[in-house]
Unconditional design. Structure first.
Length: 130
């Protein structure tokens, strides 16, 4: 197991995160999914956490994140969801016409302590074939 560190903490905190567009509408298609990934990676760089794996399906997004305990996973997910929703709706006109708000307020987070990292990564990679 590889650990990361900052000035105060040595950690290995990996999370499986799933979130959906409002009403789980299939709006993450036709390039929207790729732009969502780009925006999420920008947020990760700004806030100092890593997105290990990410897959956007038409109605939901799976991510495998590694974030420090001082950052807090809720803060990272909130920023990703907010920035992607705002950015996609500003750049692309058709998501605005489909639904008034792109993101739902809830999300699912699970720590990846019990499953081997390779298994979770493979699960997220194989979402498209399900």
């Amino acid at each position: 197991m590889k650990c990361k560190s900052n000035n105060n903490v040595v950690y290995s905190c990996k999370y499986h995160v799933v979130f959906c567009p409002k009403y789980r509408r299939p709006v993450l298609v036709d390039g929207v999914d790729e732009r969502l990934k780009e925006i999420a990676l920008e947020v990760a760089d700004e806030m100092g956490f890593d997105i290990i794996e990410m897959e956007a399906m038409p109605g939901h997004v799976h991510m495998l994140l590694e974030a420090g305990p001082q950052l807090g996973i809720h803060r990272a997910v909130k920023r990703i969801k907010g920035r992607t929703s705002h950015g996609l709706r500003a750049e692309l006109p058709w998501p605005r016409t489909r639904i008034p708000v792109l993101r739902a307020s809830s999300h699912f987070v699970s720590t990846v302590g019990g499953a081997p990292l390779a298994v979770v990564r493979q699960c997220i990679e194989n979402q498209k074939s399900v």
